[in-house]
Design a protein around this ligand. Structure first.
Ligand code: DP6
Length: 395
């Protein structure tokens, strides 16, 4: 009699926002970066992907993925295929050592995934998505691999995903070997080391969809005259500075390095040909506001950073909540999101000395606020998105 058991495992995985940016690949097939990067994992209360991995010999193949209720074409996604192949290979090793284990590798996979935030907000959904996919399948296959070992797999789905397998403060070491075996992520400090780190995200609506990061970074590698110095000299020095800042919980040093690195990344984008513009007037108003807040405080109490889009992520320490987030709360009172995770505690400040034009631009361009902070890595859960009969659960 054939076994029709539905095997299931579920996890949630966080978003991470880099403070030293990954931008550029030295090997596109293996997804190896030109430089190391470092990120802060964000709390899953505000942003997470929830994924159930299931398999059963009763499933009619091929492997499938339902993302936010829509089927995704994973058959033609080389990146997803690379992850699935590697995970099956690892499971095969486990099965080879213990013949009593069910042969899960022979069964089709049914993957169901949901984000607790709109994918369209441009908030690193691929990082949380691939981290959750890899973690959920590793749980299903009962792989003994550590998060760092699994980061080798997630990296091949999306580079930044390898940093979402861990919580707190995470470095992705670029590595130098051709096969990428040393291109791995590692937690450099847990959440408990510096739990006071907060992140205020200003979601900015873009007029049009920007250049996708995979294509954008290739254009930069091929054409930017600034890029070589960034990858070879500037980032290695900054990685060391950033690690020191985090170990010492030195916010001014963390902030200066974060802002300089975001600016260096966007300068390389602008220096690419054709030029790549991710920042818009609202992003620049957010930078201006942070600079004004810092000037008024007489020290660096806030740090902005921007990924491949106009959204601003502003890091600050809890003790400076009023000085930083309180000003944005005053200016953006009418915007939704202040009732979120840390938002409701933020005391209202004054306008913070921001120029009228900055205030106007922020008011008209910020569509949503997310008040979050540093958080932990993936969490296993019994809330399955596939029922015992193998049907996707309606959510
Ligand atoms: C600007 O990880 O999305 O967010 O590896 O091609 O999937 P692929 O790129 P992706 O790039 C993210 C770039 C960034 C900076 C960062 O997160 O470090």
């Amino acid at each position: 009699m054939s076994d029709s058991t539905v095997y299931r495992a579920s996890t949630t995985a966080p978003v991470n926002i880099a403070v030293i940016k990954y931008w550029g690949k030295r090997d596109t097939a293996l997804n190896l970066p030109t430089n190391s990067s470092l990120s802060v994992t964000l709390s899953q209360k505000s942003l997470k992907t929830h994924t159930t991995a299931s398999c059963s010999s009763s499933y009619s193949g091929p492997d499938s993925l339902l993302l936010n209720g829509e089927p995704e074409d994973i058959q033609s996604s080389k990146r997803t295929q690379a992850c699935l192949q590697l995970l099956r290979r690892f499971r095969k090793d486990v099965e080879a050592k213990d013949s009593s284990l069910p042969k899960l590798t022979d069964m089709p996979l049914k993957l169901v995934s949901i984000n607790n935030f709109p994918t369209a907000a441009g908030l690193a959904s691929s990082a949380a998505g691939f981290a959750a996919l890899v973690r959920a399948i590793a749980n299903l296959y009962e792989l003994p691999h550590s998060p760092t070992q699994l980061s080798l797999i997630a990296r091949q789905g999306s580079g930044s995903a390898c940093r979402s397998l861990m919580g707190g403060y995470v470095a992705w070491r670029a590595g130098s070997s051709k096969d990428g075996q040393d291109s791995i992520a590692e937690e450099i400090a847990p959440v408990s080391h510096w739990p006071e780190m907060r992140a205020l995200i200003l979601v900015v609506s873009a007029d049009k969809k920007g250049v996708a990061s995979t294509a954008g970074m290739q254009t930069t590698v091929e054409t930017s005259t600034l890029f070589k110095a960034r990858a070879e000299e500037i980032v290695p020095k900054r990685m060391a500075l950033m690690e020191e800042a985090i170990q010492a919980k030195d916010f001014p040093k963390f902030a200066e390095t974060t802002m300089k690195d975001s600016n260096s990344f966007h300068a390389c984008c602008l220096d690419s040909w054709p030029p790549i513009h991710y920042l818009n007037d609202v992003s620049r108003a957010a930078m201006n506001a942070v600079e004004t807040i810092n000037r008024r405080a007489g020290e660096l109490v806030a740090a902005y950073t921007f990924d491949a889009g106009p959204n601003a992520v502003i890091y600050y320490e809890e003790k400076n909540e009023k000085l930083v987030a309180g000003v944005f709360r005053y200016v953006l009172q009418a915007v939704t999101g202040w009732d979120g995770e840390y938002g409701s505690n933020i005391p209202l400040n004054d306008r913070g000395g921001l120029e009228a034009k900055t205030v106007m631009t922020l008011k008209s361009g910020v569509s949503r606020i997310i008040c979050t902070g540093v958080g932990g890595g993936p969490e296993q859960t019994d809330e399955h998105l596939v029922d015992e009969r193998g049907q996707a659960v309606k959510v």
